[in-house]
Design a protein around this ligand. Structure first.
Ligand code: VG1
Ligand code: CO
Length: 626
């Protein structure tokens, strides 16, 4: 694919070795900067601004400029409360997003938050997970982008492009940034959720410095700049030009496949997937990886077509909850724990950035998965042939990765929950493999977690370990690899309890209560058989740019290394979701086969009693146990 457009502006938040953000706070200030006003594009900017002040008082859309043949309307609008970005983008019930100007306000507030030179005449990417309302939303985003002077938008065909693929395309095409229309693992359809995420030029989710600014601008918005152009036909690839602005509908898969082929040894994986004694199962959960699974696993890697289930993306994910865990990916779990189970099973979420890895009758926790990938990457994955640069995990993720970092003598980082915290470390060359306990695993090949990447990483490890096995010889299995890993490093038993859609009031009170408890807790205090080492509310200082994120999870850490962590989810769309994470290290191999729920029972009971969860929420049982 050739692109005629050349960026004439520096990319948004360029990757710089020292990691300094070049983001300037006020777009308005920048608009009137002398350098901009002397450039040809600024003529448009000035004209827009001048006319803008005239039409602001108007109650109906008014044309404010007609540069290069496009009519830009100033649509009067006013602030809507509650447009604050959570852990990953803005997520609400779709009915909320469908209210007049709801999405438009947020998109316009985003443009109001960026320096104009970072998008004027620039290139943006637009993708999504295929959920209900994406098609209408895509047309709104395209029109506002054109209204704000963006030069070109690359859109995935039918509005489909996974979160990792958007990150990959932003990087490959040197785009200024991109939008992802997805509420990720949240269910979709007229009664459920919708969401929008913004990633900037390194392909990384926008940091809080940007999302806070967007929120601020949603509170003072008075107009939306909309280009008067007809809807783009997203069902066919190709370029549509509108004066200075153009839209290119692209195949959402090809750039991503090319990247995967450069990271992994596809022939090695193909040899494994073609063996008659190895069976593979992938559940796309009727979500975005449906578009990627057949081209990659079947067409490129030789898996049988019937190894892919729920492979067609649907607007409501086939009435499913596209969250690859033991509760919501039940179909795959039943297959993998049933008679004659395949050797390897995996699933991915709504927007394709999460993964679940299963062996025959065996579940790999995401915390263990990233540790195994890190320990085996150099041998099995060409991208890491000179060894990973550094490892990192989110704070609640278990310490199994820490042990790999120690053994391989790699630098190691613990960041708050949310992938946006890994990007600076990657840009600074300090980090290559990282993960979250929430089924997120990835590397610095892009700046998002990557579900299909994780599946290919596991297939690479299995393929590498079995490459010399003759037909009929017993293959090294997922559980063999995991047990070997525990024998080498010890096992970090880990479990997460989710209490979804609790009353916000009770949940907030519980967290306040825990914060009080933390401030009164002293080292040495006894909690049952556990002795407190420290308790705190996790604060992170980014080692690259010095930015500080506080209140990222209440931790109780005990002298034997066991931990209990409490957080409120930042991705829900109704009420509050409480997450409790418990972890305990077990060096004794003879205990490694214990079920995690049994091994962790005393700690789980302690977590419930410390927090008085039942009293605060009235909940007897969690909604999801991982
Ligand atoms: C959850 C996970 C977090 C993940 C985030 C986005 O956030 O815990 O680890 O990064 O979802 O994932 P929270 O605040 O609900 O705990 V995705 O795949 O939904 O974009
Ligand atoms: Co996701």
């Amino acid at each position: 694919m050739a692109f005629s457009l050349q960026l004439n502006s520096p990319p948004l938040l360029p990757r710089s070795p020292c990691g300094k953000k070049l983001f300037q706070p006020s777009g308005i200030t920048r608009r009137s900067s002398p350098s901009l006003l002397s450039s040809p594009r600024s003529l448009f900017t000035r004209q827009t601004l001048r006319t803008h002040s005239i039409v602001r008082a108007s109650s109906s859309p008014a044309a404010i400029a007609e540069p290069d043949g496009i009519k830009i309307n100033s649509v009067p609008s006013s602030p809507i409360e509650g447009q604050k970005t959570g852990t990953s983008g803005l997520r609400k019930k779709v009915k909320v997003f469908m209210q007049e100007n709801y999405l438009a306000n947020w998109i316009q507030a985003l443009f109001n938050s960026l320096p104009p030179e970072d998008y004027k005449n620039g290139l943006l990417v637009l993708g999504g997970d295929g959920r209900y309302f994406n098609k209408e939303a895509a047309q709104i985003i395209i029109k506002i982008a054109a209204g704000n002077g963006v030069g070109k938008i690359l859109v995935g065909k039918d509005g489909i492009m996974s979160t990792p693929a958007v990150s990959a395309v932003i990087r490959k095409r040197k785009a200024n940034g991109g939008f992802i229309m997805s509420a990720s693992h949240n269910p979709g359809g007229p009664e459920y959720d919708w969401g929008i995420k913004f990633n900037y030029s390194s392909g990384q989710p926008a940091p809080e410095s940007i999302t806070d600014k967007i929120y601020g601008n949603t509170l003072s918005i008075s107009e939306v700049k909309m280009a008067e152009i007809h809807d783009v036909d997203l069902s066919k690839t190709g370029i549509t030009k509108y004066g200075f602005f153009s839209v290119e509908v692209v195949d959402p898969v090809s750039d991503y496949i090319e990247l995967m082929e450069s990271v992994f040894d596809f022939q090695l994986i193909k040899n494994l997937l073609s063996r008659p004694d190895f069976r593979f199962a992938f559940d796309a959960m009727h979500a975005v990886t449906g578009a990627y699974a057949k081209p990659i696993f079947v067409d490129k890697l030789g898996a049988s077509p019937d190894s892919i289930s729920n492979g067609v993306p649907l607007e409501d994910f086939g009435h499913g909850h596209p969250d690859p865990n033991l509760t919501y990916a039940k179909d795959l779990v039943n297959i993998m724990y049933g008679d004659n189970a395949p050797d390897f099973g995996a699933a991915s979420d709504g927007d394709g950035d999460r993964n679940m890895i299963l062996g025959k009758g065996f579940f790999v926790t995401p915390s263990d998965s990233v540790a195994v990938i890190a320990a085996n990457a150099q041998a099995a994955i060409p991208y890491f042939h000179s060894g990973p640069k550094g490892l990192a995990r989110s704070m609640p993720t278990s310490g199994s990765l820490d042990r790999v970092a120690e053994k391989l003598n790699l630098s190691f980082f613990e960041v708050p929950t949310g992938w946006k915290f890994f990007g600076n470390l990657m840009d600074a060359g300090k980090l290559s493999i990282c993960g979250e306990e929430s089924f997120g695993t990835g590397s610095d090949h892009i700046r998002e977690k990557d579900g299909i990447w994780a599946v290919l990483a596991w297939l690479s490890i299995l393929a590498f370990r079995n490459k010399d096995k003759k037909p009929g010889e017993k293959l090294v299995s997922v559980s063999d690899i995991m047990k070997e890993h525990w024998a080498t490093y010890g096992r970090n038993f880990f479990s997460r309890y989710d209490y979804e859609e609790c009353e916000s009031d009770g949940a907030n009170k519980m967290i306040d209560y825990l914060r009080d408890l933390v401030s009164n807790s002293k080292a040495g205090k006894k909690y049952g058989s556990y002795t407190l080492q420290f308790a705190d509310d996790f604060t992170y200082t980014d080692p690259v740019d010095g930015s500080v994120a506080s209140k990222q999870g209440v931790r109780f850490v005990f002298t034997d290394g066991s931990r209990i962590i409490y957080r409120l989810s930042g991705t829900g769309s109704a009420g509050a979701t409480i997450r409790i994470y418990v972890e305990q290290f077990e060096p004794d191999v003879s205990k490694h086969d214990l079920d995690a729920q049994i091994a962790l029972k005393p700690l789980i009971d302690l977590a419930l009693s410390i927090s008085k969860l039942k009293d605060f929420t009235g909940r007897e049982k969690p909604t999801v146990i991982t």
